[in-house]
Design a protein around this ligand. Sequence first.
Ligand code: PEP
Ligand code: MN
Length: 271
Amino acid sequence: MNAQAQQNKQHRQSKQGKQGAATCFAVIAGPCAVESHEQLTEVATLLNKHHLHFLRGGAWKPRSNPYTFQGMGLEGLRILSEVADTHELKVITELTDVDYLDEVVKAASFVQVGTRNMANYALLKKLGKAAGAAGKPVLFKRGMAATVEEWLQAAEYLTSQGACVIYCERGIRGFDPSMRFTLDLMAVPLVKQLAAAPVVVDVSHSTGRADLVIPAARAALAAGADGIMVEVHPDPAHAKSDGAQSLDLPQFEALMDALTPLAAVMGRALC
Ligand code: PEP
Ligand code: MN
């Protein structure tokens, strides 16, 4: 074998080595709120096309405005389970009320705690126990006005009851209204260091703008996050919640195109 062929072989082998070791970069995608079987099926079909595994969707929506759509409730949970089963996807959905603890823990593979409940310690204790017993990790969002230290301490209400925690940085309240929140990207390596746990980045609620989702997602991947959460809707203009920050299906394809090469150089595989 000549020197060039030898070099090529080594390059191939090192590339294969890296691919073999590629760790999952989770793309948790789905609508803000479950609205219908058809809506969720369109998104689930797209996830299947890209060999992704995690479907998100809220059945109870903790809206700032009490007069807006509040979610489909148990019917939404039923739709989520049905569509996820059909498409072999894992469900990430939010628990907002301990009255539905059993139903949510049963339906979800990962139980989300939203920013507004990060400091709802009574809910965290009960969820920690139930999720721990069921072996379901909790996707634990940062409170919108919480320090990293407060976030880490609150997580102990879950872990002390036996639950595993995946942290989700979702933006904090800043002074600048040009984005919905301020994405604190350096919380990602910091929390990974301090908590030795996975950290994902919600690129939709942190920016509040569909046109900023792709750069935020690339930045999250580059910063070493374990994944992103992204809102996707077949028709964002008519979404019942968070349409302005939701990607439509072609925009989601563009997100995949933008992440794939960056993931490859970082030895990550989108999953
Ligand atoms: C959500 O993910 O649907 C949500 C309500 O997010 P947050 O709690 O971060 O506002
Ligand atoms: Mn939302």
